[in-house]
Design a protein around this ligand. Sequence first.
Ligand SMILES: Cc1cc2nc3c(=O)[nH]c(=O)nc-3n(C[C@H](O)[C@H](O)[C@H](O)COP(=O)(O)OP(=O)(O)OC[C@H]3O[C@@H](n4cnc5c(N)ncnc54)[C@H](O)[C@@H]3O)c2cc1C
Ligand code: FES
Length: 280
Amino acid sequence: MAPATNPMRPYLGRLTGVRDLATGIKLFQVELTEEEGRAAFANYRPGQFAFVSAFGAGEAPFGITSTPSRGPTLEFAVNALGHVTHTLHNLEEGDPVGVRGPLGNWFPLDEVRGRDIVILGGGIGGAPLRPVIHTILDHREEYGHLTILWAARSPDLLVFTDEFDDWRNAWATEVHVTVDQGDENWTGNVGLITQLLEQVNPAPENGVAITCGPPIMIHFVFLTLKKLGFAPDQMLTTLEARMHCGIGKCGRCNLGGKFVCIDGPVFWQYEISEFLEGFL
Ligand SMILES: Cc1cc2nc3c(=O)[nH]c(=O)nc-3n(C[C@H](O)[C@H](O)[C@H](O)COP(=O)(O)OP(=O)(O)OC[C@H]3O[C@@H](n4cnc5c(N)ncnc54)[C@H](O)[C@@H]3O)c2cc1C
Ligand code: FES
């Protein structure tokens, strides 16, 4: 995690893969072409983010959805929303991109070793949780029971569906999937992730829950976890905020007395509970 000489300079990279992940969401695989960039990203951690630049359009921050333990290729799940993200969606394999980072803090997976882990991902909010899942699966004996709850508004918006079988087949791991609204082919659960959470009812003793999704989902997931007996120091999330510099200089991502870009994006519930409503 050596910092770049100039933290505002993106490292040069090349797209080695682009594929559809869900409706409006693409997975971008990036190979960094500069030695300095490869060194900077050699040991990034689950939960960190990076700015990806589409040359001529600008840059935007994205959670890194890969893990260095599975290879040097960086992966980003990008929802086409505005200028930069639409430009990225028009790029193809072989095209150059810039990557600035890795930035921010990370999920304290060392601290929660030996605990039962509950992962709750909503829509593209599953992207920063995927490296958490991969890390736990790659060190399966170091963690307790793993419960994954995965949700989206509709089946076509579920991300990483091709990995569900791998996750399910791991030791002491269960995967539950739900959508707000099904379609003619959907035979699985229909309902909110909070309803599924109450049904699955994971044990709070020795548990840690990690969630990411739209702010309203995070808010209600925290409330439901509390109802099930999870304490504020047993709930983690990662937040998105409008960002400019990503390195604690511009004040754009201010949240109370904290900057999401350097104090976060990963927070315990008790660190953000009083500010979360401002995000809704
Ligand atoms: C730490 C972090 C991690 C992120 N991870 C991902 C990810 O994994 N995948 C992903 O697709 N997106 C992610 N985002 C959001 C992503 O950065 C924005 O969608 C992106 O900046 C939009 O850029 P744009 O130029 O395409 O859109 P713009 O043209 O800038 O904006 C389009 C619309 O999106 C709104 N918008 C822009 N940025 C944000 C934001 N941060 N939060 C809410 N609304 C916003 C604008 O107000 C506008 O309505 C993350 C953001 C942060 C801060
Ligand atoms: S984005 Fe500039 S201070 Fe956080």
